[in-house]
Design a protein around this ligand. Structure first.
Ligand code: NAG
Ligand code: NAG
Length: 394
């Protein structure tokens, strides 16, 4: 139990966010005066019970065989009309043409925009909004759609339970450059300040998504920024996409959350919301659990193995101490003849009592009685022996 507590503490410290001051002009921010914990005072939905993002605990997800692959519609037919890339002080987003949509859901959804969330500390220092088993990715792409079968536009749909569908793509850092992401990253230097927008060449939006669109997590949640409406059917892909360290660095260091005419320049960093309580919700998976696949990251494995070793070690020590104490108590109560070796004495040779001389014939009766005492204590020990590997929550 102590190891489990320590494990949680280590995780908490590991994911503690670094605070950055917030500019006054922008009504809400991630840290500062109207930071995440204050959002609900100004935007009531942010204090709701079905908020996003969430931590996906893979052992607590539920396989739903009816979840078919999501199908991007027209993502690759971008046409000749340029996209608009916009720095709104919270993120960089691209408005999407209305012929792009999403299938594979109970209704047809129309694409609206896509945007990114990132951190500030480079690879393996957080940045994604959703986490898997407590672990962040380095960044996250969101492609936002509204239910165009039931609602006339985004603003009408965003307040409705079944109004929005958002694709979540976890982004990690690796060796290779991801050319698809350069379609966005190469232009960030031209929208460095909040409120700036430019036209960029249209590109294949599907190339930003992972290849496997059939394996995903599905749950009911919210917008991850104010007004946090609980109107989103979330699809978080199991497969993550990879960008290079240089690409991540661009994302993290080029943009400002402050406007061009503001004297105090504020870097636009750590624009991700903390994970929210799942409450009554269930996260469904479109794929059946393959044991430990989600836990395959080196770090998680190392932590889990470390905790296991710690628990086993602790159990061994506790068992040893209990046994030793019990023996000393017995020794105190009556003189016990130790004529058979026990593990306790073996590991504590300096405390081993001097062997008693072999008992002679006349004392046979007494020896018998003591033998019985010994055997009954070892019997009791066997029963009370703690299991060598105590149950731990992975
Ligand atoms: C969205 O649709 C509603 C309802 O038809 C309408 O009142 C509103 O003006 C529309 N908003 C936009 C931005 O088009
Ligand atoms: C989301 O909520 C709707 C309406 O309450 C429900 O029918 C649906 O099963 C939920 N979906 C998930 C993935 O929990």
């Amino acid at each position: 139990m102590e190891s489990l507590g320590l494990f949680i503490l280590v995780i908490l410290i590991f994911f503690q966010r670094t605070a950055a001051p917030a500019p006054d002009e922008i009504t809400w921010t991630y840290t500062g005066l109207v930071g995440q914990s204050e959002w609900s005072e100004h935007f009531p939905d942010c204090g709701g019970t079905s908020q996003s993002p969430v931590d996906v605990i893979t052992t607590q997800t539920k396989y739903d065989p009816s979840l078919i692959p999501v199908t991007p519609l027209g993502y690759s037919q971008h046409g000749n009309k340029p996209f608009t890339l916009y720095n709104n002080g919270h993120t960089a987003f691209i408005e999407l043409p209305e012929w792009m949509g999403l299938g594979g859901l109970p209704w047809l959804f129309t694409a609206v925009q896509m945007h990114l969330h990132w951190g500030s500390g480079g690879p393996s220092h957080g940045g994604s909004e959703h986490t898997i088993n407590g672990l962040s990715a380095d960044a996250e792409l969101h492609v936002v759609h509204y239910n165009s079968e039931l609602y006339p536009n985004m603003s009408a749909a965003m307040t409705q339970r079944d109004g929005l569908a958002v694709l979540g793509i976890l982004i990690v850092t690796g060796e290779e450059t991801n050319p698809a992401y350069n379609n966005i990253l190469n232009y960030l230097s031209r929208i460095r300040h909040a409120d700036q927008k430019i036209l960029i060449p249209a590109f294949d939006v599907q190339s930003l998504l992972p290849k496997d669109l059939s394996r995903y997590y599905r749950y009911n949640g919210s917008l991850t920024t104010p007004p946090c409406h609980q109107s989103v059917t979330w699809t978080l892909f199991h497969e993550r996409v990879q960008i290079s360290k240089e690409q991540l660095l661009k994302m993290e260091t080029i943009l400002y959350s402050s406007k061009a005419d503001e004297l105090d320049r504020m870097l636009l960093q750590d624009n991700y919301r903390a994970t929210q309580p799942l409450n009554h919700r269930v996260i469904f998976t479109s794929f059946s659990a393959e044991s430990g696949k989600e836990l395959s990251s080196g770090e998680v494995t190392a932590i889990v193995i470390g905790v296991m070793c710690g628990c086993v070690g602790l159990a061994v020590i506790v068992r040893f101490i209990v046994k030793t104490i019990r023996f000393f108590k017995l020794l105190h109560l009556e003189t016990v003849v130790v004529n058979s070796s026990t593990s306790s004495w073996d590991v504590l040779p300096s405390n081993r009592p001097a062997p008693m001389p072999r008992i002679k014939e006349p004392e046979k009766a007494k020896e018998k009685k003591q033998d019985m005492a010994l055997s009954s204590t070892s019997e009791a020990e066997k029963k009370e022996e703690p299991s060598p590997s105590p149950q731990t929550e992975p």
